[in-house]
Design a protein around this ligand. Structure first.
Ligand SMILES: Cc1cc2nc3c(=O)[nH]c(=O)nc-3n(C[C@H](O)[C@H](O)[C@H](O)COP(=O)(O)O)c2cc1C
Length: 186
């Protein structure tokens, strides 16, 4: 299972995601390349998670511009089993929902969906109301979810080639399925 894991700059869900991805990386067939937005690099520093990527990924690449490092091409032509973007910020969700591809990760999503490689997105701020999260020091915090962000996520659900994951359990199920099927086993 050869995948690209795209990380955008959301603190929400980030610690839980790392727990899931560390479990995935224990499997010998897991070959994970990480790409991260500039904002993600900042957020990972705040949450002190950057070092844990070494346990998870064979390669860790940080955005320079929309085409650098160049993963959009290999993703489009099927060199990977799938693209996962988790977490997907409200900012990147808005861009993808409106066809914008001017950052590394939004460009990878756009170009990947022009080929046959599936893209899975785990957006923050999916449901109206409020969401329980944690500050970088672990303090619990309740965020108000903006209707505009929920509307953008709902739009993502209608775009061909994109699959919206509704939480960490859905992500776990995605990996259970792929690892069980042995897709792309190294
Ligand atoms: C510590 C920290 C935590 C953040 N958490 C979130 C978050 O949970 N959700 C979100 O949408 N944006 C969050 N942001 C703001 C995004 O990083 C910002 O909108 C950025 O422009 C996103 O860029 P990207 O989508 O290219 O990663 C956070 C920023 C910082 C510094």
């Amino acid at each position: 299972m050869k995948i690209v894991w795209g990380i955008t700059g959301a603190g929400d869900l980030m610690p839980e995601l790392f727990d899931v991805m560390e479990k995935v990386a224990e499997r010998p067939e897991a070959d994970v390349t990480v790409i991260m937005s500039k904002a993600a690099a900042t957020v990972l520093a705040w949450y002190k998670l950057r070092d844990r990527l070494e346990n998870i990924a064979r390669r860790v690449l940080v955005e320079k511009d929309a085409n650098t490092p160049f993963l959009a091409g290999p993703l489009q032509v099927g060199k990977y089993d799938f693209l996962l973007v988790a977490p997907l910020t409200a900012n990147s969700a808005a861009k993808v929902a409106h066809g914008i591809a001017d950052t590394l990760i939004t460009n990878c999503v756009a170009q990947t969906s022009k080929g046959d490689t599936p893209t899975y997105l785990l957006p923050v701020d999916r449901e109206p109301g409020s969401t329980a999260t944690a500050l970088p020091d672990g303090t619990p915090f309740t965020l108000k979810v903006r209707p505009v962000d929920v509307a953008n996520v709902d739009k993502l659900r209608t775009i061909e080639g994109l699959h919206v994951l509704d939480g960490i359990d859905a992500l776990r199920r995605l990996f259970d399925e792929h690892l069980k099927n042995g897709k792309g086993a190294a």
